[in-house]
Design a protein around this ligand. Structure first.
Ligand code: GDP
Length: 367
């Protein structure tokens, strides 16, 4: 019987199977003494935070815990997947603690869009979702844009208290925190072995200079995001690193667009109209007639219409339809994690298809 080994850093049971989960260590590193998990190894050696994913129940426990503290909560969302990366109920958990809302990946949005307009949009959407943040920032963690301003705001709003950073997986929380660490620490080494999270399995503590700390919480998996249905290579394709170039289509009634093999957009009724697609630049958009769409998908998914790739077709969920009559001009049909299509004129009937389980919905146009 194999003896269970525990990470000397965080106390998690060491495992070699699931890189996304706590305690993961590549088998090759098991020979190292003492054994520490990859996450702690990176933290210790590179001052680098790596996210682990948690089960929903564990995550709720953590949110509850955060709610019981007297602190500032920093909530990160992905502006490219605003709805999909939203953590619902955060205001309830936060209690009376202030919440600072940070929308990340601003670099993906077309540069022509006015920042103030986006912030107002975020504010409205946040309110619709029951959150009244003390402030809203639109930033790019990967480029470092706006990070200093957030760091300053955090320092102001926390008013000497601890800070908890929350967000679902893939919003760029690790990238953000790694930037913040640089911002706070400058060149000096901030996280050292002595600051090492001794027994707290789930929270990573980054000490601030007044004795308080900034805590990185694990990300929750929002199951309705596209990311969970594609492989690593395709996930790269779906995580744009550059400004998205909107693609405009003039469609007649009964025309269909395929977004690779991941989603489908049927324009049913409402007269010839323009639709603007905000989806990753590299994803192929195929236009066809509605009457041919079913057959085209059956015969060409995995090839012309990919991702998914040929080897993944069995595991890939079926595309399910969501039908909308769009009443207002400038409405986005959102495919969580894939992007959105702006319906420019009112009175259009559309069926949007996405893999079973992926969120599809309407919202007032972001851009
Ligand atoms: P976490 O799971 O929330 O910790 O997210 P990560 O920090 O690991 O980032 C998830 C993905 O988003 C990675 O592919 C990052 O490169 C990417 N990413 C993070 N921040 C940004 C950003 O500001 N802009 C863009 N375009 N991509 C980002």
């Amino acid at each position: 019987v194999k003896e269970k080994i525990y990470c000397v850093g965080c106390g998690a049971a060491i495992q070699t199977e699931q890189p996304e989960e706590a305690g993961y260590t590549p088998s090759s590193a098991l020979l190292r003494e003492p054994v520490i998990c990859q996450r702690c190894f990176r933290l210790k050696n590179y001052n680098e935070i790596q996210d682990v994913a948690l089960t929903d129940a564990d995550f709720l426990k953590i949110l509850h815990g955060v709610g019981e503290t007297d602190s500032l909560i920093v909530k990160i969302v992905d502006i490219f997947d605003f709805n999909g990366s939203w953590i619902s109920g955060i205001q309830r958990f936060a209690g009376s603690n202030p919440v600072l809302l940070v929308a990340n990946k601003a670099d993906i949005l077309p540069k022509s869009v006015k920042k103030q307009k986006l912030i107002s949009w975020i504010q409205k959407e946040a309110k619709e979702n029951g959150l009244k943040p003390v402030d809203i920032f639109l930033i790019s963690s990967s480029r470092g844009q706006g990070v200093r301003e957030v760091a300053e705001a955090i320092d102001q709003y926390r008013d000497g208290k601890d800070v908890y950073v929350v967000g679902c997986t893939n919003v760029g929380k690790s990238t953000f925190i790694n930037r913040i660490i640089k911002e706070v620490a400058g060149e000096k080494e901030l996280i050292t072995t002595s600051h090492y999270p001794g027994t707290t399995l789930d929270l990573i503590e980054i000490p601030l200079d007044d004795g308080s700390a900034l805590y990185d919480t694990p990300g929750i998996i929002n199951h309705h995001q596209m990311a969970h249905y594609v492989n690593q290579d395709d996930l790269k394709l779906l995580s744009p690193k550059k400004e998205i170039k909107p693609k405009v289509f003039q469609l007649n009634e009964e025309q269909t667009l395929f977004f690779g093999g991941l989603a489908r957009f049927d324009f049913l009724k409402g007269g010839r109209s323009t639709f603007t697609c905000y989806i990753p630049n590299e994803l192929y958009i195929h236009r066809t007639k509605l009457e041919q769409a079913d057959e085209l998908y059956e015969t060409h998914k995995g090839e012309l219409l990919s991702p998914p790739r040929p080897g993944q077709l069995d595991a890939f969920p079926e595309l399910v339809p969501h039908t909308f009559t769009v009443k207002d001009a400038k409405t986005d049909i959102v495919f969580s994690g894939l992007g959105w299509v702006t319906v420019n004129e009112p009175g259009k009937k559309i069926t949007a298809y996405a893999p079973k389980g992926v969120y599809v919905g309407l919202r007032p146009s972001l851009i």
